[in-house]
Design a protein around this ligand. Structure first.
Ligand code: PLP
Length: 399
């Protein structure tokens, strides 16, 4: 047997394979609703004005010199203030350990590695469904995953009681991954009172909450409001972990900017945790790039740029909401007896349609419309293509 002869083709990733299939489709009418990135009316990526201005403020020297520890700890400090609140005790008392990460994915992966290292027999409970890569990240870090009930396909909403039961019935001191806002793929989030109850039961069971916050600002258009779940847990005195990403909220997809942080008991524990996180990073890729973190810190520390960012986030979210309203109205005009209310109740970048895998295949084959196999559609504007959905949907609607 020759070297590598035993290497077989890896299974396709359920999200990136949608784009691959889309690219190989020759139809001029094809439409990609699979990719999880915000786009303008022409389907092009958006560069935020606050990012353009921040880029102008950063000098070449800063980028070249900034392997400096101070740039990184400043960035981490800025990130945790954004997630935990400017006036959070955790920040004031230095009770957090954090490192820059290769965006949200890298932040999750670092936490999974850390979990494996210090709780080798632990499991990670993931919501059902969740972003498909969560399963792969914890699997590759050799942490077993289990699921807890979250979304109810019948009501197209949260299965709150089942979720509470699963949290209650999990062994005490379990790790749980929570989406603090704009749950991917369902767009269904617990409300304030429900988060309070979840936090309460976590306290009773002494579970460890790990928040994967890939969409801060993208649920409500308000960065503070979207951090409510984390703030509730902090108020209740939990120790917690948090992955942050600036892919969506600042449009920095290609820069891979993120942060992983862990709230600790005291400063001494934070120092120890940070040193271990740094050691994991060191052996994996030594250190992360600095241009992205510099962009983020520049925006967060300049009052005008920060205000501009907040406005731009709000603009994106208002536009997503308008597109949801249009989609719902378009479907309602088909006079179906089905309810489409869930389209405007869900939040964030995705509409979780409830289409079956067969229906997703049919849309792809007959109408060149691409989405993930679970029926997740990225909300986007494209009037003429709504025409082809119109042709397709009467059949669906009358089911
Ligand atoms: N977490 C969730 C829930 C996501 O939906 C995503 C992206 O789709 C990520 C993490 C990772 O995003 P990125 O690595 O681009 O920051």
């Amino acid at each position: 047997m020759g070297w590598w002869d035993h290497v077989l083709l890896a299974p396709k990733d359920p999200i990136t394979s949608v784009t691959e299939a889309f690219l190989s489709d020759q139809s001029p009418f094809k439409l990609n609703l699979g990719v999880g990135a915000y786009r303008d009316d022409k389907g092009k990526p958006v560069i935020l004005e606050c990012v353009r201005r921040a880029a102008e403020k950063i000098s070449c020297c800063e980028i070249l010199e900034s392997t400096k520890a101070t740039t990184k700890s400043k960035f981490v400090q800025d990130c945790v203030k954004l997630a935990y609140g400017n006036h959070s005790n955790v920040v004031g008392e230095g009770r957090f350990a954090g490192v820059p990460a290769l965006s949200g994915t890298g932040a999750c992966r670092l936490f999974a590695e850390f979990q494996k290292r210090f709780y080798p027999d632990s499991q990670m409970f993931l919501p059902m469904p969740t972003w498909s890569n969560h399963h792969d990240i914890w699997r590759d870090s050799q942490v077993c995953t289990r699921t807890y009930r979250y979304y109810d396909p019948n009501s197209k909403g949260l299965q709150f009681q089942a979720l509470m039961n699963d949290i209650k019935n999990a062994p005490g001191r379990s790790f749980f991954l929570l989406h603090p806002c704009a749950h991917n793929p369902t767009g269904v989030d617990p409300n304030y009172e429900q988060w309070k109850e979840i936090s309460h039961i976590f306290k009773i069971k002494n579970h460890f909450p790990f928040f994967d916050m890939a969409y801060q600002g993208i649920a409500s258009g308000d960065l503070e409001r979207d951090a409510t779940a984390i703030r509730i847990f902090l108020e209740d005195g939990h120790l917690l972990g948090c992955a942050q990403s600036f892919s969506k909220s600042m449009g920095l997809y290609g820069h891979r900017v993120g942060c992983v942080s862990i709230v600790s008991r005291d400063e001494k524990q934070a120092t120890a945790i940070k040193s271990q996180l740094q050691q994991i990073v060191r052996a994996m890729y030594s250190s992360s790039p600095v241009h992205g973190p510099l962009l983020v810190s520049t925006i967060l520390n300049d009052a005008d740029l920060k205000a501009l960012w907040e406005e731009e986030v709000k603009f994106m979210v208002d536009r997503l909401i308008r597109m949801r309203i249009t989609l719902r109205r378009t479907l309602e005009e088909l006079n179906s007896s089905a309810s489409w209310e869930h389209i405007t109740k869900q939040v964030g970048m995705f509409y979780f349609s409830g289409l079956s895998p067969e229906e997703v295949h049919q849309l792809q084959r007959d109408f060149h419309i691409y989405m993930t196999i679970d029926g997740r559609i990225r909300v986007r504007r494209n009037g003429c293509k709504i025409g082809s959905l119109r042709e397709y949907l009467p059949h669906l609607v009358s089911k």
